[in-house]
Every structure is written in C-alpha cells, then in structure tokens.
Design a protein around this ligand. Sequence first.
Ligand code: PLP
Length: 495
Amino acid sequence: MTTFDPLRITLDRSNALPLYQQIKQGIVAAIERGELPPSTRLPATRVLARQLGVNRVTVVTAYAELAAEGYIDSHVGRGSFVLDRAMGGDEAVNPPSLRRPSDWTAHNFNREMMRLARRPDILSFAPGMPATDLLPDDDYRLALNTVLRRDGPAVLQYGLVEGYPPLHAAIVKELAEFGILAEPEQLLVTSGTEQGLALILRTLLRPGDAILIEQPTYMHVLDLLAGSGIQAYPVACDEQGVRPELLSDLILRHRPKLLYLTPTYQNPTGACMPLTRRRQLLDLTTEHDLLVLEDDVYRHLWLDRPSPPPLRALAPSDNVIYTSGYSKCLLPGARIGYLLPPARLLPVLAASHQTLDITATELHQRALAVILGQERFSAHLVRLREAHRRRRQAMLDALARYMPSETHWTHPRGGLYLWVQLPTTGPSATTLYVHALELGIAFAPGHLFFMPSSGETPVHANHYLRLNFVLHSPRDTADGIRRLARAWERAAGMG
Ligand SMILES: Cc1ncc(COP(=O)(O)O)c(C=O)c1O
C-alpha cells in the first residue's frame, strides 16, 4: 500500500502563500505525479501537523480544501483518502461527496445540491430553493435603504431574543389573513424556519423520546434527528399527505411527544392536505393529546387557489406549534423564520434561542418588516405565482413529451416540487443521477427523503425523484427534462 511521505512537502515560511495552501499544493502535486494513487490514506491531521511542524488547524484547512475540490474524501473517524479523479473524468460526473452508495445521505446530498446549483454547466432541478431570477432584489434594496436611513446604526446592533417588535406586528397581521389569531408577544423570530425546527427538537425532546414524521419528509429533519437519540417513527402518506387512519395505532404503540408535518405543499411530494383531512387529523391528535409541529414554510406559494387554512387556525392553540418563514417566497439568504408556540413553551424556546445564536439578524428583520407592510410584497407574490405557473406547465408538458411510459408524476398546486416515480422495472434514481450529471442535469433522488432503514420504506423508494419546477425558464426546463429523459434511456441501456 502506498504511504505518504510528508518530507516531500517543503514549507517555505518566508513565502507569502499561506502554509495550508503550500500543504495543499504539495499534496495535489503528489497526486498528479501519481505518487498518491486513488484510495491512498493520508496521515491523520494531527500526525501530519506534527511531522511538518505546523498547527493542526493548518492541516485541517488544507484537507478541507482538497475535499472541496474533489481530490480527497474525508470522513470523521475513517480518515482521508485520495479520490479517483480519472473516474468519469470530471467531478460533476462523479461527485466527490457521493462516490459510494453509503455516501448518499441527506447531509452529503444537501451539500452536493448547493454546490451543483452554483455550477454554470449544470442545469439543476435539485435544490429546495426559490429561483434566483425571481427574487425581488430591487424591493429589497429599497427596504434596506429605508431602514438604514431611518434607524441609523441601531440596525447594526444586537436585537431582542424574541425578535424585532414591528416585525412581530407585521407577521401577526399576515397570520390573521391565514385565519390564525395571535398576539405579537407570542412570536419568536428565528434564523430561518430551519432554526425553529432545530430549537423545538433540541428543547422539547430528549434522547429516547419518540416523534412521528411524514414518510417521505423534509430531509433536513432527518438530518437533525440523526444522532439526536430521538426515536423517529414514519407515518405513510398518500397524495393528500399523512394518512390519519394510521395515526392512532402509532400513537398508542410509541407514545410520541410530537407529530411533525408540512400539510401545505409538502417537501418532497408537494402534497396539500384537504380541509376535511386536516380536521380529521386534528381530532385524532387532540383526542390523544399529541402536540403537532406544523411547518408552513410553503404557504405563500399557492398557484391556482389559496390552500386550506393552517392546522394552527383550526385547532386549539395549545395543541399546535406553528412555524414558517420567508425563505421560499422572498429572501432565503436573509434567514428569517418564526415560531408561534403555545404560550407555555415560549419562555423555554426563547432561552434556547438565546443560547444558540442570541437573535436573528436585526438588519434583515427591520428590512423585512418594511417589505411586509408594503403593497410591493403582494405585487411580488402575484408576479411569482404567474412565473411559477408558467414553469410548472413547462415541466408538466416536457415530462409528458419526453419521459418513458410508466413514469408517474404529481400535478402540484403550489410549493416548489414535482414528485416523479420512474418505471419500477427500469434504472433507479441514483443510477439515473449519475447518467443525468453526464448530460449536465441534476435532481434530488427520492430515497433521501425516506427514513433510512425504517423497515417501512416502500420498496420503490429508490425510483422517486424530486424536481424543483420553478428554478429555470420554461425553455430551459423543457430542455432539461429532454436531457433527463435521454439520461434515463442511457441508464436503461437504450441509448
Ligand atoms: C419543509 C421545510 N421546512 C423548512 C425549511 C427551511 O426553511 P428556511 O430556509 O426558512 O430555514 C425547508 C427548506 O427547504 C423546508 O422544505
């Protein structure tokens, strides 16, 4: 087996190039000279740091850059290995973070999606984000200028843990339109909806506690649950969301503390729960005194008609924790979300928020409060829906035109996602993924949204894919689906 000779890396401390760069270059040169063939294990960072006489952080940084550039694969506990860059020739074809089947975890794939979304040569339908070309940068510039001029340096200060009070007032007004009656003091502004979810799991549940989740579900929640010691039990869903007839049995068997769900334009299926089922579900959770965590982050994105009211509007306020935010309709990068918990839980959640990151960004909270109070916000939503409708149609038409028969897909009424089932007799979504990347196309393989080894995973989980239908123009969308279908033919050995 090849061993790594650190003495071949010469460090020049008088050189302006940082030491970590010199280490990285030394390793790249060794890989390119063929001295470190694929699969060679690099020394542990502590060992190499000692051998080279540098701080361990310097080596960690060098390894992180090598991993990001696809030279090595690093895993805590397993070490760092040289990757085969010749395999497939190009990191897009052979994503460095997804070389082995065991690497296809929600965590790795999320990083992969964000990385590919920035590559100009890849048309990606994978990430769960709004389309950049539809984000209202002009409106936001005006809002930022307004608060900077109006409030001066106060916008740069720490804010209150609970959030900026005028933003509370603006959110409460919006909630009333959804049928939720709340007081501004009941809200906790978080750094994105994601943080609200993390706060709930970390604050209200302990290792050993049980939680019910939709199957399939939002992959970040699977990520948050992994390693938390919380026992997650999946509830199967159909095209209307969680199947209520399965709940009583699961509740009695596992005594969960919480049911987490996204009833409106679910991620990944796009399903929207009808009103009758919402009521049915709430009757059951109230009967069993089960707390519901309702994630409503896609509410603004209805397409044909507004969705039914949130569960929180239909239930006693003590039974539902409501969380939502503005990432999918307005400003994902500003990281603003909020929690509306039952009053008894607010103090402990606020304390947890304070421990974790003190407060959400004051500048963005103030700018958002300005935007929400303006006509511009509703005008933006109208424009967004129009564009989303066109893009949805383009994807539906292209799927019908190009995909093989026996492919099934949803007809989303809102949100961002189309959920596709490939012919179960053909290649799996992961096989298709590799071929699609060769043709410059990416998507989210469906199995990532299912709880790993839950025993309840449908046999065909690996034949689903999630496509974000809003990300590209109708023309690019059609072209992307054409190439996806071509990739399927290649994967099936037909092309
Ligand atoms: C169901 C669901 N909840 C929460 C989030 C995270 O939202 P935010 O960007 O506001 O943290 C996402 C993003 O994909 C999501 O799909």
